[in-house]
Ligand binder design. Structure first.
Ligand code: HEM
Length: 405
């Protein structure tokens, strides 16, 4: 936001960033294909559900995850004491594997989704199997991060990243639980949903959000020293491991379990609002962090809303899930990564944050007519066309970031 780091000498970090942006472009085009598919139909026998899986998996595994890993690794030299042994090579393999497994699973998700594919006599769910290999990249990153930062003074950005890697580990347990319960069969709908949300929500709100917040504090030494900052982080660390219970459809969750989720959601909502307050840009001119923090505030209010079962049921009836999911993942995480990359590599081709942030705002607005908040007499096929066309804009704006410096 204010402090510009010295230009990094490691050429690989910005290369990894560009590869992640290329994956964002592919995943964004896949999202746009879904929207155009709704009005025009899909070519080559593709199915909407599979296109959606291909989109969301690539966004999670090969856009946000390796981009965040590369930004954390690139930032560590400024966070760790002078002369600290860094060995950036430790990070190369996990980040490369994140691209490899994410991209390798993509065509299988696109063509078959979670369906098993006949291979000789066997029928194997190849997309899910390759997708599961992503955990190797995550565990590799956790190892590299802990090995590199072990024994270093825990300044606030490191505390956020410690929390982020712990949440990634917990989320992966949900993923394994899902794979095992799928093989054993017979788990209740609630257990299935709980494991799915443990995996997806903790990955998004834990790993990605804490990771990006750590990047924001890394350039904000004055904010990181604020007395409230460590407490705001503790609220998130306490609330996140149970807040995922609130995104499971209300009717499936036993009331006592939902009560525990609500306490978690309250801690997370308040914790996120405190982060927004602490990190709010002081200057009156727009900065790349204004938009992501505004979206984070919106998402924090949604966490608070979901704590009340009546309001949570209302969000289900209004069909708001896709909207609030993108407030966080596109509005905060993606724009936050773009802001952090501009701070990290100010002299390299970046994503122009003003038009990009506006285009993300347009996508979020274009989702409203697709919800039940929109009056039915005004609804129509035009809304799907609008969402499809608008979906292409951030993708087009991101393309110049792929050019060579
Ligand atoms: C260019 C930006 C993006 C576009 C155009 C886009 C588009 C879409 C579309 C069309 C859907 C399906 C909606 C439906 O089912 O009605 C979707 C779902 C989803 N998207 Fe995105 N999205 C974008 C960015 C992101 C990002 C950055 C992430 C994550 C980091 C993400 C994660 C997801 C997830 C998790 C789902 C739900 C998948 C499911 O329910 O199976 N999206 N998106």
């Amino acid at each position: 936001m204010t402090q510009t780091p010295p230009p990094s000498t490691n050429i690989l970090w910005p290369r990894f960033w560009q590869m992640a942006v290329a994956c964002f472009i592919l995943a964004g085009l896949t999202g746009a294909l879904y929207r155009f598919g709704l009005v025009l139909g899909l070519p080559w026998g593709l199915q909407l559900g599979n296109v959606r899986h291909a989109h969301s998996h690539l966004m999670y595994f090969s856009w946000t995850t390796p981009a965040l890993m590369a930004l954390i690794a690139a930032r560590l030299p400024e966070i760790l004491p002078v002369g600290w042994e860094l060995r950036p090579r430790r990070f190369y393999l996990p980040i490369s594997l994140a691209f490899l497994f994410g991209l390798a699973a993509y065509p299988f998700f696109l063509l078959y989704g979670y369906q098993p594919i006949a291979l000789g006599a066997a029928r194997l769910p190849l997309a899910a199997m390759i997708g599961t290999l992503n955990t190797v990249a995550w565990y590799g990153f956790i190892w590299a991060y802990l090995r590199t930062t072990w024994g270093a003074p825990r300044h606030l950005p490191l505390k956020f990243w410690d929390g982020a890697v712990v949440m990634m580990l917990l989320a992966s347990l949900g993923g394994w639980g899902l794979a095992i319960s799928g093989r054993l069969g017979g788990s209740s709908l609630f257990v299935n949903q709980a494991l799915t949300h443990l995996f997806l929500d903790l990955f998004a709100e834990g790993w990605l959000v804490l990771g990006v917040l750590g990047l924001a504090y890394a350039t904000q030494a004055d904010r990181a020293k604020h007395a409230a900052a460590p407490y705001a982080l503790k609220l998130l660390l306490l609330g996140l491991p149970v807040a995922f219970l609130l995104t499971i459809p209300v009717g499936l969750v036993p009331p006592l379990v939902r009560g525990v989720g609500s306490i978690g959601g309250l801690l997370v909502g308040v914790g996120l609002l405190l982060q927004v307050w602490l990190l709010r840009p002081r200057q009156t001119a727009w900065t790349p962090w204004h938009f992501p923090l505004a979206f984070l505030a919106l998402r924090a209010l949604m966490s608070l809303t979901l704590t009340l079962p009546q309001l949570a049921r209302w969000t289900e009836r209004m069909n708001l899930r896709i909207s609030y999911l993108h407030w966080l993942l596109l509005g905060f995480v993606t724009l936050g990564l773009v802001a952090a990359a501009l701070e990290q590599w100010p002299h390299r081709p970046g994503i122009p944050w003003r038009p990009f942030s506006l285009s993300v705002g347009l996508i979020i607005v274009s989702l409203i007519p697709l919800t039940r908040l929109w009056p039915e007499p005004w609804a129509g096929v035009w809304a799907v066309w609008l969402a499809a066309i608008v979906a292409l804009i951030p993708v087009l704006i991101a393309i110049p970031a792929l050019r060579r410096p």
